[in-house]
Design a protein around this ligand. Sequence first.
Ligand SMILES: N[C@@H](CCC(=O)N[C@@H](CS)C(=O)NCC(=O)O)C(=O)O
Length: 204
Amino acid sequence: MKLIGRNLSPYSRRIAIAMTLLDVPHEREYLSVTADPDRGLEINPVGRVPVLELDDGERLIESGVILDYLMELVGPAKSLVPPHGRSRRDCLQLMAIATGVLDKAVAAIYEVRRRPAEKVHEPWRQHLLIQATGGLKALEAHKQNPWMLGDFLTLADISAGVTVSFLRVMLPELVPADAWPKLYDLCERCEALAAFQAHPLETP
Ligand SMILES: N[C@@H](CCC(=O)N[C@@H](CS)C(=O)NCC(=O)O)C(=O)O
């Protein structure tokens, strides 16, 4: 199995971390689709990472779909998503909020980095930041005891952890430490885990 995408991509990083936690052996192709858009389009119809290439050549796209495949692969006893009920829904919702924050933050970053300065539309960028902040507020408000779903680490913690680490490097204006104390604490506890340290966030 091969995971394609580099660790600057938080969507890719959360998969690499989950695969390490679950002991799923895999190779890695540290692709930047910015540097090599043709390779991106070769492996994914919409040219994005992450992509998980299975041993028979089948390719899965979308980090949520890839994680769903991995949870099915390892089975319910090892899954990083609770099996049913409110805790499962909470886990999936928290994951959706974390990736929603990323979607908005990445769009705000692209607004500045991918456009000539005179074409950046500041009101739109501000709207994206407001949306990302809304998601951060929801994540910050969620209880942690010690993890978001209680005693055990789930994909909700991993997704929130990689999101905050990414923002601290790429969009620090959005995440001053004093504004998000619980998320900073969660992020630091996540980054202290061996599986996170095995896949450190790249700097651009
Ligand atoms: N919803 C997708 C988002 C993936 C995504 O946006 N990846 C970024 C890298 S962080 C990318 O490939 N961007 C290139 C582009 O959109 O052109 C997922 O969860 O996998």
